[in-house]
Design a binder for this molecule. Structure first.
Ligand SMILES: [Zn+2]
Ligand SMILES: [Zn+2]
Length: 211
């Protein structure tokens, strides 16, 4: 029996894949301990590489999916914190408002007009949510946001509170260390981390609050 690749030589074995008779020089490797000819060895190598590439691809896909899940999870967590904070603040405001109403009702003094006494609960609750979102942003990013739009872009603020920011109803001032937020049309509702730095009186229009 002659070698398939060297017709002038005697074959010593057969390729275990294609079955061709081959001589010792044509044994390119072994599969399961049996000889493989040079042509079949190339095919084997290609198949091997293909399956390795596929495995690599699958691994990358897995990592990508895990990252996405992590990102989603942290976004959900943040939203949950904001909702809880919002509910707590709202309940606190309602309790404060009820307390205020009761004390006004109990007092013998003629109650002032409701519009002057009752704070705008909704406005203040929304403002507190903005304030908390800035605190959360600083906690996570290690710095204060440059403006309020960043809070919306990064998902710290959503829904109606995002709407009042977009329509420019909230003023945000900061010196890089401390900050304050207030409604543009009523800076007496100011909420700040440093009341000494950002007092509402200093920014009021002249004659606005003369006594
Ligand atoms: Zn072969
Ligand atoms: Zn040969």
């Amino acid at each position: 029996m002659k070698c398939y690749y060297h017709p002038d030589r005697e074959a010593t074995t057969r390729c275990s894949i294609c079955g061709k008779p081959i001589c010792d020089d044509d044994i390119a490797g072994y599969k399961n301990g049996k000889p493989v000819c040079k042509i079949c060895a190339i095919g084997e190598a290609l198949t091997q590489k293909e399956s390795e590439d596929k495995q690599k691809q699958a691994k990358l896909e897995q990592i990508r999916r895990e990252r996405e899940q992590k990102r989603l999870k942290s976004a959900k967590k943040r939203l949950k914190i904001m909702i809880i904070v919002g509910i707590i603040l709202f309940v606190a405001e309602v309790i404060a408002y009820i307390g205020l109403k009761k004390s006004v009702a109990e007092s013998t003094v003629t109650p002032p007009q409701t519009s002057q006494v009752a704070p705008d609960i909704k406005q203040k609750a929304q403002l507190l949510m903005v304030f908390q979102a800035i605190q959360l942003y600083r906690f996570e990013k290690g710095k204060l946001p440059n403006n309020l739009d960043i809070l919306i872009d990064d998902g710290y603020i959503q829904g109606p509170v995002a709407d009042i920011i977009k329509s420019g109803e909230v003023k945000y001032i900061t010196d890089g260390q401390d900050f304050a937020v207030m409604p543009v049309d009523n800076d007496t509702l100011i909420i700040s981390t440093a009341p000494d730095k950002f007092s509402p009186g200093a920014k009021e229009a002249p004659g606005g609050d003369a006594q």
